[in-house]
Write a protein that binds this ligand. Structure first.
Ligand code: GLC
Ligand code: GLC
Length: 815
């Protein structure tokens, strides 16, 4: 069953009924001001940091699930009937409803009693504000007298404080209302230099800023007192819960449309110019007023919206493909790329599953996200790399997370996840291959944000690799530390205290528990660093890294091979995990993926055997589960992984992040049908028809789909913010379609299903445009036999970078 459909032409998903199984959301904003918006206008906004600068309040895990957002109410003055044109929160029976989630905007339209309303929500490029443009049309044959109310609830900035410190919060709230603009200025009188504003293009019949006055005692958002009675109270908040609501009266002739624009924004003032007049307690509004005036104008809104559309056309235009499969085209050309940009902006901080207060930016998460967006915004990838590197410890180790606002490591989450440093090498390698900008290696970055500790980025990478080398266990495999990629495989933890966080609780030193996964990752990272070293002319160093990599490769084959697949780890006592010897958790997906990706066992058949074992033991119709058999009870020596009921999350869920590693592995050994089959199983667009089972948005990847041991097998969770976005993008575009940026050019090395005959792509790479057509007349999966550039045959399948501005035609023949 579907709840809508794709409109690929407009790059939108169109939801046609409001009661989706879960809120189906979208993101607003592209640089500093962001918002989450659901298909019924739920959600919230923040400036840079969802925890530290939250503008509007949102209560997670609410009932209904999604309540609170950017609401509007329409009230018919004649009957007194009122409704929300976005369905929530009144849930009135709309005659028509449509939500179009597009690239950086959402438009919600509906009709009730002959009154149509359509609201477009978006954040103009480079502005710290959001626009709601509402058009109300009277389709009746008589005049309509209506009241339109807006409603938001202000958050008192720090979202954690906001939900916990009520003895203070109920006394601090402050607002100003001037010329119909509502200013939220809690704590501005003391240490904050920022405020929020909420403006409306039309003359007001009234306003409210005190939530409980607007709603009325014991009323909810579905029946605000002001809306019920058809008149605002003009309330001014003193403490309690400041809100923002405008009241506009509209008289519409039959057929007439009126447009009302609302602007909600964030602004900062210099510390010495906070007040106007100086010495008063009134916000200095000099800089913000022109901005407000500008964006309340219809023509400015229209051109800002056009600019947003152009922004996305340009980004998405960097890679466009046309293949025989519509799900591939749609995901590569639109949604997967878009999701990669969203994960770049959000890391794992704010979604409907990430509360914005739990996690900042992940070290390994951000480094992997980079793989998916570096081709679109390389300058911002550069900045991100340097930010991440600056939080690294002198040992090469890493804070697991950092806060985007302060860019400092997050002490609360700590460190010791021993795979973290290696991902930085992979992220930097991806940046270098895309851009050729080796100057980044000379950029100075601090350690632990400590001024004076700077060293060139290159040294950060050297330390990253050494971090693993200096932490090897009894078999010569890397020590796992707190955990490796699998946050929940906590082999040194032994937690028996209820509620204790596995991520932060004291970790035993041990020095025994090893990770085969980090072994594979090390082999991969060592080769990447060797290539980078070569580019700096350090051939000796490159040789050392290759030797280190080869040694680890041999160690993995010796101690990480179980006969039919790669083992997962050795625990605190040196016992094997992910082996036939185990009763549960005999085989894990991660080492099969990463080891093959690193090339381990590709030459001696181990890779093929490992992937065959994945196919027979882990693959199922909804994707590939993380391990089998699922852990049926809690194992104190394994940690969080066994805390999940079987089939969920890391305990044998389909952890989608890992599936592309297997697709890539299959592509490396040339099995295009298998690779593509796995791609299809978790492709959200291909799952659209089972939306009632899948439940999450059909346009973006979820982190997890419940595995075969779960009672809800096939049900997705944790959509949007997941390494799944970047890795699927890498798998399909670089390994299946086979368009790979390398240091010396663009590699074309597809691995495709047998039945595909051809595909076409446009790829912009280092300033030149490549119009590529791949033909495959003989039904092979892999193997390029001829490449020509502008009609001239080249040696091999690596196309040297073409001059910036050039546009070349590339013809590729396989088989
Ligand atoms: C989550 C984390 C990621 C981790 C994965 C597996 O997606 O964000 O860092 O690798 O879980 O535990
Ligand atoms: C939990 C989740 C895991 C996530 C981690 C991050 O352990 O299960 O997926 O990576 O939290 O803190």
């Amino acid at each position: 069953m579907r709840y809508g459909h794709f409109d690929d032409e407009r790059r939108e998903y169109v939801i046609t009924r409001p009661d989706t199984p879960l809120p189906w959301i979208n993101y607003l904003g592209s640089e500093a001001y962001f918002g989450i918006i659901s298909n019924t206008a739920g959600g919230y906004s923040f400036y840079r940091d969802a925890r530290l600068r939250r503008l509007t309040r949102y209560r997670y895990n609410n009932t209904p699930f999604d309540l609170g957002g950017r609401y509007l109410y329409l009230r018919d003055s004649a009957s007194g009937d009122f409704w929300s044109p976005s369905w929530q929160p009144t849930q009135s029976e709309l005659e028509d409803y449509e939500c179009r989630h597009g690239m950086g905007y959402s438009a919600i339209a509906s009709r009730l009693g002959g009154i149509e309303a359509e609201t477009l929500y978006f954040v103009p490029v480079e502005e710290n504000l959001e626009i709601w443009r509402t058009r109300v049309t009277n389709k009746r044959d008589s005049e309509a007298k209506l009241s339109l109310f807006s409603a938001i609830e202000f958050c008192l900035w720090d979202a954690w404080e906001d939900q916990t410190n009520f003895q203070r919060n109920f006394s601090t709230g402050q607002v100003e209302v001037e010329d119909g603009v509502i200013y939220h200025k809690t704590e501005y009188r003391e240490r904050r230099d920022h405020f929020a504003y909420f403006a409306c293009s039309e003359p007001l019949a009234g306003f409210d800023t005190q939530r409980d006055t607007f709603l009325g005692a014991y009323h909810g958002w579905d029946s605000p007192a002001a809306v019920e009675r058809g008149k605002s109270f003009d309330s001014i908040a003193h403490g309690w819960a400041p809100c923002g609501s405008h009241h506009v009266e509209l008289t519409l002739a039959p057929g007439e449309t009126k447009e009302v624009v609302f602007v909600l924004g964030y602004s900062e003032n210099p510390v010495d110019a906070k007040f106007d007049p100086p010495g008063s307690q009134t916000i200095n509004k000099k800089t913000v007023k022109p901005l407000i005036e500008r964006y309340l104008r219809s023509d400015e809104v229209e051109s800002a919206f056009q600019q947003l559309r152009d922004y996305w056309s340009e980004l998405l235009g960097i890679l466009q493909v046309s293949t025989p499969d519509e799900h591939t085209n749609r995901m590569v050309n639109i949604w997967n790329a878009y999701q990669c940009m969203v994960t770049f902006n959000m890391s794992r901080s704010a979604s409907f599953f990430e509360s914005g207060i739990g996690r900042g930016m992940g070290f390994r998460d951000s480094a992997q996200d980079l793989l998916g967006f570096v081709h679109m915004v390389p300058e911002r990838a550069r900045e991100r790399i340097l930010d991440i590197a600056a939080t690294q410890f002198p040992s090469g180790g890493a804070y697991h997370q950092y806060q985007p606002l302060t860019k400092r490591g997050n002490d609360a989450v700590g460190s010791g996840f021993n795979d973290d440093p290696a991902w930085l090498i992979l992220g930097v390698a991806a940046y270098l291959k895309e851009t050729g900008d080796i100057s980044i290696l000379d950029e100075e970055a601090t350690y632990d944000n400590e001024p004076g500790s700077e060293s060139p980025l290159y040294e950060h990478l050297q330390r990253s690799l050494r971090y693993t080398l200096h932490r090897l266990g009894p078999h010569g495999l890397p020590l796992i530390g707190r955990a490796d990629w699998n946050d929940c495989l906590n082999l040194n933890c032994f937690s028996t205290t209820p509620g204790e966080s596995f991520q932060t609780t004291e970790n035993k030193e041990g020095g025994v528990a090893e990770s085969v996964f980090i072994g594979g990752l090390f082999v991969l990272a060592a080769e990447e660093l060797a290539q980078i070293a070569e580019r700096r002319g350090h051939t000796d160093e490159a040789e050392t890294y290759r030797a280190d990599g080869a040694k680890m490769d041999a160690t993995v084959r010796e101690h990480g091979w179980d006969g039919d697949w790669f083992r997962r780890a050795y625990d605190y006592f040196g016992a094997v995990i992910g082996s036939k010897e185990n009763e549960e958790g005999q085989i894990f997906i991660e080492p099969q993926g990463i080891c093959v990706l690193a090339g381990i066992g590709v030459d001696d058949g181990k890779a093929e055997k490992a992937l065959d074992s994945v196919a027979s033991k882990l693959a199922c119709e909804h994707g590939i589960v993380l391990q089998q058999p699922a852990y049926s009870h809690y194992y104190v020596n394994l940690g969080e992984i066994s805390s999940y009921p079987p089939g969920y999350k890391e305990n044998a869920g389909i952890f989608c992040h890992t599936n592309p590693w297997i697709m890539i592995g299959e592509a490396i050994i040339g099995r295009g049908d298998e690779a593509f089959d796995y791609y299809r199983r978790i492709n959200p667009s291909a799952r659209e028809d089972i939306s009632e089972l899948h439940r999450c948005e059909p346009y973006v990847y979820p982190q997890m789909i419940a595995g075969k041991d779960a009672p809800t097998f096939g049900e997705a969770k944790n959509s949007w913010l997941s390494g799944t976005a970047a890795w699927n993008f890498v798998a399909i575009s670089q390994w299946l379609l086979g368009l790979r940026a390398e240091h010396d050019g663009l590699r074309v090395d597809p691995c495709l299903p047998k039945e595909w005959e051809s595909y076409e792509a446009t790829r912009k790479f280092r300033g030149a445009t490549y119009r590529i057509s791949v033909s495959k007349p003989k039904g092979v999966c892999k193997g390029v036999t001829q490449v020509s550039v502008d009609g001239k045959k080249i040696e091999g399948n690596l196309i040297a970078p073409q001059p910036a501005g050039a546009e070349v035609v590339v013809e590729v023949t396989m088989g």
